[in-house]
Design a protein around this ligand. Sequence first.
Ligand code: NDP
Length: 329
Amino acid sequence: MVYQASPTRYENMEYRRCGQSGLKLPVVSLGLWHNFGDNAHFENGRKLIRHAFDHGITHFDLANNYGPPPGSAEQHFGRILQEDLLPYRDELIISSKAGYTMWDGPYGDWGSKKYLVASLNQSLKRMGLEYVDIFYHHRPDPDTPLEETMAALDLIVRQGKALYVGLSNYPADRAKKAFEILKDLGTPCLIHQPKYSMFERWVEADLLDTLADNGVGSIAFSPLAGGVLTDRYLAGIPQDSRAASDSKFLTTDQLTEEKLEKVRKLNDIAQARGQKLSQMALAWVLRGDRVTSVLIGASKTSQIDDAVGMIANRQFSAEELASIESILV
Ligand code: NDP
């Protein structure tokens, strides 16, 4: 049956301006790093994308290497776009990235102009798109001059292949230099995509201030620590979970008793607030309004419901923040 987006899709989502740009992002965005490769069920992926869009999630985040194998998440997303979402293209913010190993030889990795331009061309072909809304440099390249990488991002925008550009995983000092170069080129950086959760707080040292000072937005990836900051692992390791899968990014040995003890205590605070731990963890990342959007992953539509449900209860009392802090230290 032809997909018709829900007429109520914009009723409960909140949209935040991304830095000092004209673009607004939903406070919850969906990433396709896991659950969209050749190893996943295509129809489940389609269900997740439809469900997300039906609930106001207008932003879908990809990268050249998402899969496995690399490229397959973009391919499957492209099919879902063609079959379901094409009538809604102008309601969507689609991002992709390049920066990690993508193909053999000296031109399939890191941050040269050669790699970034070729990779985006491949991503566009896989997704059947003329342009992406946001194109990121995925990680800093210690060897390529920053000027070249930023010139490549600027070129891509001038070629009409991306509307905005972003950086991911850049430390604050390098990000600041990159923002200055991009500004001089006339293509201001829209957004930074760092890892940020209750268990991963490096951005608080200086990155968030640097972003605010430069009018750049932010989207926090892995805000649930890959699922650890939820009730998923409180009663063992479910068969269908990321930790039980062959993903090397969340392994059972990371679920230490010490970590699970913190998760249990955080879960108690969430329950006292009348919400799930996953919801409190997302609300916590969004506290203080310095993060534009939380970028979640999902394997089930109920997880998307949880994330969207968070919006109704995302304020914290000073006491709650202090209790959370005492658990995290
Ligand atoms: P999360 O921390 O949100 O983890 C998502 C996983 O948590 C889900 O796949 C699911 O795992 C579990 N989960 C989600 N919601 C719930 C819930 N309500 N209850 C219980 N479990 C839940 O993010 P990811 O690590 O998946 O990363 C999100 C996105 O960030 C990626 O898709 C990608 O777009 C981006 N990213 C960017 C990187 C970069 O370098 N720029 C690096 C990594 C990610 P399960 O499978 O067990 O159900």
